[in-house]
Design a binder for this molecule. Structure first.
Ligand code: NOJ
Length: 505
């Protein structure tokens, strides 16, 4: 009996330690912020001389977006940005990650004029953030690109894109770099090329059977070509920044990857190496070339000549081409080997000779959420950060996205009382802290997202915001999670309190 109570006490003690998280556990200059992207929040899709982006065009095709919506208005952040900055300021964040809409700055890419109205919008946004003590953390490309570049030469499938991307990046460094100290070239290029050219579910909707159902494309080749040019575009932008701006402006530049954690399904060597292979195909695909100058051996072995090659000039250009790694992390999955034991992987996983699943013996890896494949697995945060630390020599890292989806519903009080999100964020932050205590050089953490917004193929049916958005009135209302983040950032000793009363207004 006594032994049992000791065990129970120890269990409670350790679980409270792992769940407990406090602002003081992070360095004073740690960036705490929220994240968004231009297409998902701005709206004003044809205002201020902006041109159509690939996503404007795609989201207007009937049947593409689950709830039949588009982002013509979205959160109308283009007009309401001052209000949104006020929300961030009231939370007490010291940074804000957002992306610039390429179509606002260069509506016709390098084939037209620089749009001064677009420059002015971001100047106003940046100045207003800085006035409130909020550091801008800026992404150049978050899935959207001027449609004209797609129509003219096939965007990421053409080497011409390097000239366009370099030009766009330089316009931004020149216009905003005196005030922006954190730049990311790309958001989740690994997702962008997979869904754009393998499954074809995102624009430009290119793929071949059995990987997807598209009008044209080649799922076995094009994702690798697009990735190749994205990597070279990244290197071009970093070169420009380092040679002409970095010393004068004193900022840093990196890239943001989508990173899930993968656990072996069974504790056997083949599943363990399948999980490693999965990570290489997801992450090292981009980061190995950018840091070490070439594709990971795990991919080369399987893909052979299907993987493009870097010239020796490219390789020299690539080495050490970033100052930080951005980690978007939400969830984890199990991985099963299909190399030695044939198994039923999805078409899109074919090249990996592995399949992922959210369940082991019918038991989910973590509590499922409203988004398919997104489970609550806090320890995945520690694991993925440690993986990055080990594979990339502890390059400085920022967790550029972490967040929790809710299914939209008419029950607004329920959506405002987002206890599951609070629990998710707190447990993931605690896990991040465990990695940092093991030496991981993590310098910031951003919640996706400050406000509910346009969630790509899911439209407005999923809500990630700390603030609820009423899409009829565009009114923003704080959820319990906003209140929790504010208290956490204040260093409140009661950050473990879940009850928290009603969200503040
Ligand atoms: C990843 C993407 O960067 C962002 O655009 C998306 O809304 C969130 N994760 C949630 O799915």
């Amino acid at each position: 009996m006594k032994g049992l109570s000791i065990l129970l006490f120890l269990h409670l003690f350790f679980s409270s330690i792992t769940c407990f998280v406090h602002r003081d556990q992070f360095p004073p200059d740690f960036l705490f912020g929220t994240s968004t992207s231009s297409f998902q929040i701005e709206g004003a899709y044809l205002e201020g001389n902006k041109s159509l982006s690939n996503w404007d065009v795609f989201s207007h095709i009937p049947g593409k977006i689950e709830d039949g919506s588009n982002a013509d208005v979205a959160d109308n952040h283009y007009h309401l940005y001052m209000e949104d900055i006020e929300l961030m300021h009231s939370l007490g964040v010291n940074s804000y990650r957002f992306s610039i809409s390429w179509s606002r700055i260069l509506p016709r890419g390098r084939f037209g004029e620089i749009n001064s109205v677009g420059i002015e919008f971001y100047n106003n946004l940046i100045d207003a953030l800085l006035l409130k003590g909020i550091q801008p953390f800026v992404t150049l490309s978050h899935y959207d690109i001027p449609q004209e570049l797609e129509d003219r030469y096939g965007a990421w499938l053409s080497s011409q894109i390097q000239e366009d991307f370099g030009y766009y990046a330089e316009v931004c460094f020149k216009a905003f770099g005196d005030r922006v100290k954190y730049w990311s070239t790309f958001n989740e290029p690994n997702i962008m090329v997979s869904v754009g050219y393998l499954s074809g579910t995102f624009p430009p909707a290119r793929c071949s059977k059995p990987f997807g159902d598209c009008l044209s494309g080649d799922s076995e080749i094009e994702p690798y070509i697009a990735a190749h040019y994205v990597i070279l575009c990244h290197a071009t932008a970093v070169d420009i920044y380092r040679k002409r701006y970095q010393v004068k402006q004193g900022g840093s530049i990196g890239i943001v990857m989508s990173t899930s954690w993968y656990e072996p399904l069974r504790n056997i060597p083949t599943d363990r190496s399948a999980a490693q292979r999965y990570l290489a195909f997801d992450i090292a695909w981009f980061l190995d070339p950018i840091i070490y100058g070439d594709y990971p051996p795990e991919m080369r072995e399987i893909l052979g000549s299907r993987l493009p090659t870097f010239s020796s000039e490219d390789r020299t250009k690539l080495q050490n081409k970033l100052d930080f790694i951005g980690i978007n992390h939400y969830s984890s999955l199990y991985v099963k080997d299909c190399m030695f034991f044939p198994c039923q992987s999805n078409a899109s996983e074919g090249d990996r000779f592995a399949m992922s699943t959210g369940e082991r013996d019918g038991i989910p890896i973590g509590t499922p959420t409203a988004m398919t494949g997104l489970y609550v697995v806090p320890h995945g945060m520690e694991k993925i950060v440690m993986y990055m630390m080990e594979r990339y020599n502890n390059t400085p890292m920022f967790v550029t996205e972490n967040g929790y989806p809710q299914q939209s519903s008419p029950d607004v009080p329920d959506l405002l009382n987002d206890r599951q999100r609070v629990e998710y964020l707190r447990s993931y932050l605690a896990s991040l802290n465990v990695a940092m205590r093991q030496g991981a050089d993590v310098r910031g953490y951003f919640i996706w997202s400050i406000i509910d917004n346009f969630e790509w193929l899911n439209g407005y049916s999923l809500r990630f915001g700390l603030y609820y958005v009423d899409y009829d009135t565009l009114k923003r209302s704080p959820k319990l999670s906003a209140r929790w983040y504010k208290r956490f950032l204040e260093g409140s000793k009661i950050s473990k309190d879940l009850s928290g009363g009603r969200p503040h207004s």
